[in-house]
Design a protein around this ligand. Sequence first.
Ligand code: SF4
Length: 252
Amino acid sequence: MTLYSYSRISTFEQCPLKFKFRYIEKITPEIEHTVEAYLGGKVHEALEWMYSQVIKKQAPQLEDVIEYYAKSWKKDFKENIRIVNPQLTFEYYFDKGIKFIIDYFVKNYPFSDNTIELEHQVIIDLNNNGKYVLQGYIDRLVHDKESNIFEIHDYKTGSIRSQDDLDKDKQLALYSIGVKDKFNAEEVHLIWHFLDFNQKMISKRTPEQLEQLKQEIIRLINKIESTTDFPAIPSSLCRWCEFGKYCEFKKG
Ligand code: SF4
């Protein structure tokens, strides 16, 4: 049995050749990260640390969160981080992260929505017999005790998405299946924080939609496991593809 992740499945959907490079040939790309990914990771870490203080009932100060972010950025920074847009600098991205944290802090203070887990691992057994199992990590899990609603919170440092797009999102919908199973939750809300736009967006799924999604993912896993052909599907995402060096399409 292969333990799947959402990124494994979405990579196959995005570009089977990229899937082959990453999961079959297991190529380790020379370029470790794009600066966007680095920024995203560092902001996630800072918000995770901030909420870990909230859980410990130690109200965080904004300066402390910024200091944590700045130290972490410096500690892990490497020269081979790639800037895709040559007109921008590392300082630009570093400052952007500070702005994300300030906006988020001001908007959400005092963080009293009852966070119960951070980087919470979910296991999703799609047909309840262990054949199709996915694992994922939820940035932040909230339980509203009054309404008994669970909330899956996800931070995004990239572009904003439309409500229509979020209503079709598979990743958080899959995670909600795991949350429902684990906590016996009746209602789970999917919540995205688009930090560059200081906007929070919400979506929900019916039990029927989740059942359809399970069947769709099972079909995709069957396809992945039986395919021998991994064509390139070029798209605008090629700009950020870490396997460009190995890809005939990108080299061309
Ligand atoms: S550069 Fe584009 S076409 Fe080539 S593997 Fe990456 S995503 Fe696929």
